[in-house]
Design a binder for this molecule. Structure first.
Ligand SMILES: [Zn+2]
Length: 112
């Protein structure tokens, strides 16, 4: 239930580029769709941004993300889900529920 209240943000540098990639391999991109989406609370963004500014002189601005813009649509049930909770098998997108259902089906078909 907490996730529903999560504040999703992306981080932008002084040039208007977005932080992308993963921990240890961060990069900046001008492509908003590639931007890494953080959970403002869980990822302690306020603290991180302050630390980057203090330790590295890196000034990042926090940009709240409109969830609807970032949603992916599940190809099975049509539900919308955040990109990080949706699975892509190379052909179709699955929301968490449909992915779990598929894993269960696969497990059942393998046991036969
Ligand atoms: Zn689904």
């Amino acid at each position: 239930m907490r996730e529903r209240h999560a504040i999703h943000v992306v981080l932008r540098d002084g040039c208007g580029r977005y932080l992308a990639g993963q921990r240890e391999t961060w990069s900046f991109t001008e492509d908003f769709t590639q931007a890494k989406v953080f959970d403002f609370i869980r990822d302690r963004i306020a603290e991180q941004v302050e630390r980057l500014s203090r330790d590295h002189g890196l000034a990042l601005s926090v940009v709240a993300v409109d969830p609807l813009e970032r949603y992916e649509v599940c190809d099975i049930c049509g539900n919308r889900a955040m990109p990080y909770s949706i699975f892509f098998d190379g052909h179709r997108y699955f929301c968490r529920d449909c992915r779990n259902a598929q894993i269960t089906r696969d497990a059942q078909s393998q046991s036969c």
